[in-house]
Structures are given as C-alpha cells and as structure tokens.
Design a protein around this ligand. Sequence first.
Ligand SMILES: Cc1cc2nc3c(=O)[nH]c(=O)nc-3n(C[C@H](O)[C@H](O)[C@H](O)COP(=O)(O)OP(=O)(O)OC[C@H]3O[C@@H](n4cnc5c(N)ncnc54)[C@H](O)[C@@H]3O)c2cc1C
Ligand code: SF4
Length: 338
Amino acid sequence: MNRFEYVRPESVADAVKALAGVPDSQALAGGTNLVDLMKYDVARPSRIVDINRLPLRDIEETATGGLRIGALVSNSDLAWDSRIIKRYPLLASAILAGASPQLRNAATTGGNLLQRTRCYYFYDPATPCNKREPGTGCSALEGVNRIHAILGASENCIAVHPSDMCVALAALDAIVHLEGPDGQRTVAFGEFHRLPADQPQHDNTMRAGELITAIELPASGFASYYTYLKVRDRLSYAFALVSVAAAFRIEAGAIAEARLALGGVAHKPWRDRGVEEWMRGKVPDEETFAYCAQALLRDAKGAGQNNFKVELARRTIIRALRQASAATPQDQSNKIVR
Ligand SMILES: Cc1cc2nc3c(=O)[nH]c(=O)nc-3n(C[C@H](O)[C@H](O)[C@H](O)COP(=O)(O)OP(=O)(O)OC[C@H]3O[C@@H](n4cnc5c(N)ncnc54)[C@H](O)[C@@H]3O)c2cc1C
Ligand code: SF4
C-alpha cells in the first residue's frame, strides 16, 4: 500500500495550488485510468487532488460561435449533448466508439486527453519501460507489439495514444485551456500531445502544476460530411487498432476543405496538413482517396507484429474518406447510418 494525501479543493485556484505544492501530485477526475494505474503500482502520487467539486461541468457557447466544454463534463454528457450531436457529430461519434457506457459516464473530458498508453509493458512494473522508468529500455521494440505505433515512433518508445475522442478533437482543431501557477494559457490541440523522441515519459506539453480547465471547439463542426471509423479486435470495449476521423466541406462537387486525423497509429493523434491541403479543389473520388492514404502513410513502418497495421490503415483511411464524402458516417455500432 502506497500512502498518499487526499485533498478536495472547491476552486480552480486552490486546485492549482494543491497540484503545484507537491511535485508528484495528481488530479483525480473520473478515476477510470488513474485508479487502475495506482492499483498496478505504475502511478504513485503522494498527493491526490480530487477535482470533482470544481465548477467545470458546463458546455457554453463562445463569442466566436463555438463551444467551450468544461474539463469535468463526462464523456457521456458530451456525446449526448444536443449541440454536439447537431453541430459536432464527428466528436459525438468518436466518443461513443470508445470504452463502455459505464466508463463514459465516469470518464471526463480532461481525463480523456491525459489517459496513458495501453502498452502492456507500461502496465507491468516487472518489465523495462522508458515511459514508466526513463532509461530502462523499451520492452515492446522486440516484444509483443501488435497494438503499437507505425508513425512517429522512436527507438525509445513505440507506444500509441489510446483515445478516440482526441482523434476527433485533433481533426476539429480544438483548443486546450490550461490554468497553472503562472496563470492561464491555451494550446492548439495539435501541439498538446507530443511524439516520444528521447523523452517518452512525457505524453504532452503540459507544465508542472497545470490543470486542464476546458476544451474549446471552433465554430466549424463539419456536420454534413464526416465519419469516425474505428477498427478494433472486438466491436465494443476495445481500443482502436486504427481509427480515422475524416471531415470535408464540399462545394460544387469538389473538396473545399479536408480534415483527416488518425488514431491508434502514433503517440498522438496523427495529422498531415500537407495532405489535407493537397485535397483542396480535388474531386472526392477513389483516385484522390488512394493518393491521400499513400501520402499519409509514406513513412509508416511496423515493428514486427504490428506490420499489418500499415495496410489496415491504408484501407481504413480510404473507407473513411469514402464514407465522409458520401455523407454516410459510421455509427458507433459499426453500421452505416444516413
Ligand atoms: C476497460 C477500459 C476501456 C476503455 N476503452 C476506451 C476506448 O475504447 N477509447 C477511449 O478513448 N478510451 C477508452 N478508455 C479510457 C477512458 O476513456 C479514460 O480512462 C478516461 O477518459 C479517463 O478520464 P477520467 O476522467 O476517468 O480520468 P482519470 O483517471 O481521473 O485521470 C486520468 C489522468 O488525467 C489527469 N487528469 C484528469 N483530469 C484532469 C484535469 N482536468 N487537469 C489535469 N489533469 C487531469 C489525472 O491526474 C490522470 O493522470 C477505456 C478505459 C477502460 C478502463
Ligand atoms: S512502447 Fe513505450 S510504453 Fe511500451 S514498453 Fe516501450 S517505452 Fe514503455
């Protein structure tokens, strides 16, 4: 049993103070990941800052026509909010493709961004893992790596970020609102998570003592042409092997704007703005989709057991682009809906 201090602040300012006061303190939101990590002896916080009493459960309109989602809004409340369903169905669809109803009821918006990788070795303190204990090595490189990264990996870590919700947030160009000892700041979603490089222990660019307070969605939700397509070993209650969030603005039969983010393939939701730009003005047809998949995966490579993911990703990208451009999004039970 590891001893820890438990505090339950009532305001964001007090929570930030409590988090910054002890180096290995951690926020507790829904607890669906953190509590597991503590049970596995992977996380050993000396102070738990329970943030559940903070006033961060609202979804509000922004002055620029978007929405500001409080960090404690549950994944269920977010996915079933009528404004999200109507204006950001890509986000609702991605959330509903993840976990189970019970987990989504407990899991929060902020916690979803900060959930840790599902690499088997990360959860097993008996094995070397650079993410858990920097400098010990990466057991997955030559081990069981069926679920691991094919893009952006390093010789120090080939883990993937497991979230579905974050793939949609990346495609939508969301903004992360943070508050820490030095005040408030915002980070573009694409800059929030990071690639492993030589510091795989850091999943993101948050600073010590910072709290996620909200996620902001820009006005454009791509509600007409979109899909979230998740391929996994089981139809529910399984993390993505590959997922694709695709969205278009289509005008006069041509692509006016394209968004494409991949999940399950890298240490962060994977976007390539060069490929999205290339699609502008093109007709959304099989030739365009094939070129796009090829370009997105030009540097993809497996580590052995996950080699199959490169071809799986190619096919999933093409299928997602086809669905999105035809306005026939995938529903969370894997049926095509209109
Ligand atoms: C069996 C199982 C299956 C799952 N399947 C999927 C899936 O298919 N797809 C998917 O996307 N997810 C899946 N999940 C993961 C789930 O979505 C996450 O565990 C959840 O979103 C985490 O949210 P939480 O509020 O419970 O976070 P917590 O467990 O409370 O916290 C997670 C981390 O975030 C930190 N934190 C939380 N909130 C804040 C904040 N506001 N500011 C700063 N730090 C914060 C905590 O300190 C901790 O480090 C699954 C989980 C389980 C257990
Ligand atoms: S892939 Fe990353 S998380 Fe998994 S064992 Fe290697 S260093 Fe650890």
